[in-house]
Design a protein around this ligand. Structure first.
Ligand code: PLP
Length: 436
C-alpha cells in the first residue's frame, strides 16, 4: 500500500481541516528540494507551480536555509515601531531596482500588500473608487477581495462601494478586432473606460492590475497597453497600482514585469516571489505619494510589518537572483519551455494557445481548435495524468475560456528538468486525448 494512503492522516485531515478551496491533492508531502516535492513514498514530483507560484529559488534553497537559521538566532520579530538592519537593507535594495519607487513598506502577504496600496491610494487621492480587471486576483481580504473578480465574489455580502471592472485584453479571444482579426485592445480599453466614467460618482482613486493576469488564465497585457492604461489613470487623477505578486523578482525575464513596458506605476506591490516561498510582501511608491500619505496620517500598522526575519530572507533572495543571473536565466529557460509548449501545440489539436513570457507561461486546452470551445474535462484529465507521471501543474477554469495550465517552474529549474516536464506533458496529453 502507498504510504500516501495513511488512514490515520486522512481521518484526521478529513475531520479537522477546514476545506478552503478545491479538493486537496491525495498525497502527503514529506519534503521538498529544488524543483521537486517528495511524497510519502519518496516519489519525486516536478513542481511546475513553484509551490503557490512563489518558490522562485526552488525548495529549501541552501542560502535561504542559512539566512533563516542565522536571522532566527539574532532577531526574528520586533515591536512594529522598531527598526533593524535587514529591513532598511531590503528597502534600499528594492528602491535601487525600481527607480522612482523609493519608498518601501514591508508586510506579509499579497492581499495585505494590496490592502495597504489601496488604502494609500484612497488617502492621497481623496477618492474611494477602485477599478480592476474582470479576470483579476488580488487576494482574499476586504479591499483586495473587492478588486478580485476571477473567483469568490458570491456569498460574502457587498463588495466595497465603488468597485468597478473592465475586461482584460485577451489576444486569443479578442472582443474588439482590427480588420485583420488581431486584438484591438485600444478600442476595448476606450470602450471600457467610457463605462467606468458613466458609473463613477467622481471619486476614482486607483486602477489595480496584474501585468500578466495569472489566475485569470495567463493573460499578458500586450506591449503598449500599460502605457495606455497609465494615461487613462492620469486623465482621471487616479493612481496606477501594479500587483507584481507573481511577475516580480525576475519571473518574466525582467526584474519587474513593468520594465518591459517602460511604465513605472504609482504604487507597486510585491509578495509571493519576494520571499521565495516565505511570507514577505512589499508596497513601493514614490517620494511624493508617500509624503502626501504621511501628511494625511497614513496608518497601516500590522503585527509583522518590518519584521527582520522575512526581510533578511528578501535580501538573500535578491542576492541569489543577482549572483546566479536569474533574470537572464528566466528568459533562457522560459524560451526553452515555450518552444517545447509550441511543439505540443503542433502535435495536439487540443492545445489552443500558448502564451506568457519568461517562466510564467500558459497553455490553453480547448475541445475544438476552430470554435475554441473550452476543454475543461480534458484539461482536468491531463492534469491527473501528469500528476500520476510525476509532474504537478495547476489549471485555472474561468467562464468563456478553456482550461488554462499555469506553468511556472522555479527560476532555478535546469534544462533537463524542463525537458522532463515537457515529456510528461506530452505523454499526459496523449493519454488523456486517447481516453476521451
Ligand atoms: C496577483 C496576485 N495578487 C495577490 C495575491 C494574493 O496573495 P496572498 O494569497 O499572499 O494574499 C495573489 C495570490 O494568488 C495573486 O496571484
Amino acid at each position: 500500500m502507498s504510504l500516501n494512503a495513511d488512514p490515520a492522516f486522512w481521518a484526521a485531515a478529513n475531520t479537522h481541516l477546514t476545506r478552503y478551496g478545491p479538493d486537496f491533492e491525495t498525497l502527503i508531502v514529506e519534503r521538498a528540494q529544488g524543483s521537486f516535492v517528495y511524497d510519502a513514498d519518496d516519489r519525486a514530483i516536478l513542481d511546475f507551480t513553484s509551490g503557490q507560484m512563489s518558490a522562485v529559488l526552488g525548495h529549501t534553497h541552501p542560502d535561504i536555509v542559512a539566512t533563516v537559521d542565522r536571522q532566527m538566532r539574532s532577531v526574528a520579530h520586533l515591536f512594529s515601531g522598531m527598526l533593524s538592519r535587514p529591513v532598511v537593507d531590503l528597502a534600499s535594495r528594492l528602491a535601487a531596482l525600481a527607480p522612482g519607487l523609493d519608498r518601501v513598506q514591508l508586510l506579509t502577504t499579497g492581499a495585505e500588500s494590496n490592502e495597504a496600496a489601496i488604502r494609500m491610494a484612497k488617502l492621497v487621492t481623496g477618492g474611494h473608487e477602485i477599478v480592476a480587471f474582470a479576470q483579476s486576483w488580488h487576494g482574499m481580504t476586504g479591499a483586495a477581495a473587492s478588486a478580485t473578480y476571477s473567483a469568490g465574489r458570491k456569498g460574502y455580502g457587498p463588495a466595497a462601494a465603488g468597485s468597478f471592472v473592465i475586461p482584460a485584453p485577451n489576444s486569443y479571444r479578442p472582443r474588439f478586432t482590427h480588420p485583420d482579426g488581431s486584438n484591438d485592445w485600444q478600442a476595448e480599453l476606450d470602450d471600457a473606460f467610457a463605462l467606468v466614467d458613466s458609473q463613477s460618482t467622481g471619486n476614482l482613486a486607483a486602477f489595480i492590475a496584474e501585468p500578466i493576469l495569472s489566475s485569470g488564465g495567463i493573460l499578458e497585457l500586450p506591449p503598449g497597453y500599460l502605457a495606455a492604461l497609465k494615461r487613462k489613470c492620469e486623465e482621471r487623477g487616479m493612481l496606477l497600482i501594479l500587483d507584481e505578486a507573481q511577475t516580480g523578482i525576475a519571473r518574466t525575464g525582467d526584474m519587474f514585469a513593468f520594465q518591459r513596458d517602460g511604465v513605472t506605476p504609482d504604487i507597486m506591490t510585491l509578495s509571493k516571489t519576494l520571499g521565495a516561498g516565505l511570507p514577505l510582501a512589499a508596497v513601493m511608491t514614490t517620494q511624493a505619494i508617500e509624503q502626501k500619505a504621511h501628511e494625511r496620517g497614513f496608518l497601516f500598522y500590522t503585527t509583522h510589518v518590518s519584521d527582520p526575519l522575512p526581510a533578511a530572507v528578501g535580501v538573500t533572495v535578491l542576492d541569489v537572483v543577482e549572483r546566479d543571473g536569474l533574470v537572464a536565466q528566466a528568459t533562457a529557460r522560459g524560451d526553452r519551455l515555450k518552444s517545447g509548449l509550441l511543439s505540443l501545440q503542433q502535435k495536439y489539436d487540443c492545445v489552443g494557445d500558448v502564451r506568457g513570457r519568461g517562466l510564467l507561461l500558459g497553455l490553453e486546452i480547448v475541445a475544438d481548435r476552430q470554435t475554441k470551445a473550452p476543454g475543461f474535462e480534458l484539461g482536468a484529465a491531463i492534469m491527473e495524468e501528469a500528476m500520476r507521471r510525476g509532474l504537478s501543474m495547476n489549471i485555472v477554469k474561468l467562464p468563456g475560456m478553456g482550461g488554462v495550465f499555469r506553468i511556472a517552474p522555479p527560476l532555478t529549474v535546469s534544462d533537463a528538468e524542463i525537458d522532463r516536464g515537457l515529456e510528461i506533458m506530452s505523454d499526459s496529453i496523449g493519454a488523456a486525448v486517447a481516453a476521451h
